[in-house]
Design a protein around this ligand. Structure first.
Ligand code: SF4
Length: 394
């Protein structure tokens, strides 16, 4: 009797759009190392900053909702480099952003996630304060569903490397906020988010949804590079839209929005990069010639005080991405391709038992490398001929 050959064990690996797909696209080697001793995906790359910003927006929105509105701006007792993480000092207002932020820091600490440095912690609070107080009044009245988990399974494209595969399908998941058409209709045309949505989709009518996600980073430069933040951000939002469209209570998704939080409180580095990008035509949102914002950006010298107007900062922070069936199909196919490559790397490591040979150190972004714990032993980082490019804080 001929015995059937035992099939390899099959699993359905679980991928997060930010923790896995975007991290892998930045550098395959660091993605693998940050996954610890297990083959990915076991835990997402630690992203304290992004998760802290998400947490602050979520908690302040809940407070705003529970209290039927809040008096913006919310107070913020600034932390300094001498303030270690811990309970905020007694006597601070319950709505102070430091009081709001501390439980989020604690929750992240329980997951083993901490700010990289005292400066990174201060910067996160400053940017969260800008996001809550400058964007919150425009954003919170538009939110229909907050912190919705979206999840779906997709078939893996066939591998071209012919190694033993562990999966035929994979799970993709993320967390989004959803803006509703009813809430948009009810807001005045001066609402900065409504204005941006209408400018990008002038013929929006009927029932629809807009999905929204936050990036701790600055607005990336416009770029067709499939590993660049501009393209990856677009694919991420389109894929969120596809995941949302699979849910029973979803209405048609008309657009996605990315909020680039660093644009609300730009520092010297963001101003320098904006000035360079404006000079070279690398960015889509620049100040109108002759305005005070224009002179600030064009004449920027490092070390000066950035004082851009709020309307311009909001314009830079809000990126609206129209969503169609075709755009969702293109983006999900691109994400499938990234997951296929991760699975090929997993298969290669299982066979070769070699991490370095299976996962190339391939970041083309200097900021990613500078923040990487593995740079000392990285042949790519220590290669003086490699091409360097800055992404800005993330
Ligand atoms: S130093 Fe850069 S190229 Fe090397 S592993 Fe880290 S992120 Fe990747």
């Amino acid at each position: 009797m001929e015995l059937p050959i035992k099939r390899p064990d099959r699993i359905v690996p679980d991928y997060s759009l930010t923790g896995d797909v975007l991290s892998f696209s930045r550098c395959q080697r660091s993605y693998r190392y940050y996954n610890g001793s297990a083959l990915p995906p076991s835990r997402p790359v630690q992203m304290w900053y992004g998760e802290f910003i998400h947490g602050m927006m979520e908690r302040t929105f809940r407070l705003w909702q529970d209290r039927g509105g809040l008096p913006f701006p919310l107070p913020y007792t600034a932390i300094t480099e001498n303030d270690m993480p811990g309970e905020p000092p007694a006597g601070i207002d319950a709505l102070d952003l430091r009081v709001v932020g501390w439980p989020i820091e604690q929750a992240l600490a329980h997951q083993g996630k901490f700010a990289r440095s005292a400066d990174a912690r201060i910067s996160a609070y400053e940017r969260a304060e800008a996001a809550v107080n400058q964007l919150g009044p425009h954003l919170f009245p538009l939110i229909d569903v907050a912190e919705r988990k979206v999840l779906g399974t997709r078939p893996l494209p066939a591998s071209e490397v012919h190694l033993a595969e562990r999966a035929a399908r994979y799970v993709l998941q993320g967390i989004i906020d959803v803006l509703g058409h009813t809430q948009l209709d009810g807001q005045p045309s001066e609402n900065a988010i409504k204005r941006a949505i209408m400018a990008a989709n002038p013929h929006l009518t009927g029932e629809y949804e807009i999905i929204i996600d936050y990036k701790g980073s600055r607005r990336p430069r416009v770029d067709d590079d499939p590993r660049g933040d501009w393209k990856l951000g677009e694919w991420q939002v389109q894929t969120y839209a596809w995941l949302r469209s699979q849910q029973v209570d979803a209405r048609p998704v008309a657009a996605g929005i990315l909020i680039y939080v660093s644009e609300l409180a730009p520092g010297s580095k963001e101003m320098t990069m904006l000035s360079t990008e404006m000079r070279n035509g690398w960015t889509d949102i620049v100040p109108t010639t002759g305005t005070p914002d224009y002179y600030q950006v064009s004449g920027w010298t490092p070390g000066s005080q950035a004082n851009l107007s709020l309307p311009f900062r909001l314009q830079r922070a809000i990126r609206v991405i129209p969503v169609t069936e075709a755009s969702m199909a293109e983006a999900t196919a691109a994400i499938d391709g990234v997951v296929r490559t991760i699975e090929d790397r997993v298969a290669h490591e299982r066979q070769s038992m070699q991490i370095k040979q299976s996962w190339p150190a391939d970041s083309n972004d200097d900021d990613t490398c500078v923040a990487c714990d593995f740079r000392v032993s990285c042949e790519h980082y220590n290669d003086p001929t490699r091409r360097r490019r800055g992404r800005g804080p993330s």
